[in-house]
Design a protein around this ligand. Structure first.
Ligand code: ZN
Length: 155
């Protein structure tokens, strides 16, 4: 499995999540596509970005989409899904003027985006992805297509 370390502000490891990279029925193999250490609390991925960012921060649905936006030089945190967005995550992002939310273009992603936007009504806005999620959009259209989504959101 791919190991995804969650690092703190000073680069210290907080936890590790695991993603199975095989195309099979994960449940039949007694694990999920993503796997968390039992009893570990839901965490935001990439919290160092909170301290490095200016007045704008990006929020992705999933760790790997966070990696893609980081490659563009953005300051980004990732959440594994809508159900893991907690009140303390809202407090962590409450100081930003603009919070760009990159939910996947599917039902779960719409729930993710609307949940974050409802909890940060003044600052959060949903990004309109059309081709696919952040990673798929990058694969098909490159960095420019992601930057275009941001530009569109600023009109
Ligand atoms: Zn598996």
């Amino acid at each position: 499995m791919l190991a995804i370390p969650y690092l703190g502000r000073a680069g210290q490891p907080l936890t590790i999540r695991f993603r199975c990279l095989l195309e099979h029925d994960h449940r039949a193999h007694h694990h999920g596509k993503y796997n968390t250490i039992t009893g570990d609390p839901p965490r935001m991925y990439g919290v160092d970005s909170i301290h490095a960012a200016g007045d704008t921060i990006d929020v992705t649905e999933g760790e790997l989409d966070r990696v893609v936006l980081r490659m563009l030089g953005l300051h980004v945190v990732g959440l594994p899904g809508a159900s893991l967005w907690l009140p303390r995550h809202r407090r962590m992002l409450a100081g930003f003027n603009v919070v760009r939310v990159w939910g996947d273009p599917d039902d779960a992603g719409a729930e993710f985006t609307s949940k974050v936007c409802r909890s940060l009504p003044r600052s959060a806005r949903g990004m309109r992805l059309r081709i696919g999620d952040v990673s798929e959009t990058y694969k098909q259209g490159g960095a420019q297509s992601l930057l275009n989504v941001i530009k569109e959101s600023e009109k």
